[in-house]
Design a protein around this ligand. Sequence first.
Ligand code: 13P
Ligand code: SF4
Length: 312
Amino acid sequence: APKGTELIEAIKKLKAEKNAVILAHYYVDGEIQELADFVGDSLGLSQAAEKTTADLIVFCGVHFMGETAKILNPSKKVVVPDFNAGCSLADSVPVEEFAALKAKHPNAVVVSYINCSAEIKAMTDIICTSSNAVQVVESIPKEQEIIFAPDANLGRYVAHKTGRELILWEGACMVHIDISLDKLKQLRVEFPDAMLIAHPECKEMILREADYVGSTTALLNYVEKSDRQTFIVATEAGILHKMKMAVPNKHLIPAPANEQNSCACSECPYMKMNTLEKLYNALYYELPEIHLSEEIRIPAYKALKAMLEISK
Ligand code: 13P
Ligand code: SF4
């Protein structure tokens, strides 16, 4: 593969030649976001994947996102830069154990966060993302039992917001639960005028401290609209790329992880597996490709579609 600026030019050329679209989540490296046709949160990316007319979708994110694109737009070839870019939430739900939970609550409506495998989506009634989880739960009749999987922190947040009791799956995002509350509190002291804004995958203690809670897109919109100057951003640091562009004169402080790391921030190791070289190879070889059986895809599509109907 070519290197440096040549690599970027080669990616652009291949993309045009192959009528490909590059979709990227806010958490991938800035240089990949710059090459993408669309950068967004999980909901925005699903909507973009569903409506694209490109022949080839290159999904720079994690595996479940590539699967979601394939579920929604099966006639397109969907490739990902690294097949091993997974997600701790998706990994927390084995199919058999999920089937056992469902069997224990046969009358429950199953709501699954989009961060799960296609197999789990196929066992779900309605998907949600962090942008519409409250809305999705509120769409279900009050007396109805609800299983909410796999993010228990998001689940507790939604339960609190809606006043509903949810049967939770105890999964978590390894990145958001590793944000340090102590370090956030120190930052609060250091920057008393800063607003603390947090993603709902964070632990309850952090969400209780936060001035605003929302999905990545919601956090981005919030810093743009707010008349405040300083923000402590409690989510994956990749979001700061677009935030800095949107509000170049504001002071954005990434939330630190418990373990001291080189960026003094919180990074998803899976999202960071996406590199320009791997993106080039995925475009060039049209590999690795996402394949799904119709047996899984069709029920998973129904669950995703039920969400997209609510979030139009
Ligand atoms: P959103 O993109 O919905 O904000 O979710 C964040 C996330 O962790 C994606 O993996
Ligand atoms: Fe999964 Fe968390 Fe990484 Fe998102 S940030 S892909 S939820 S591990």
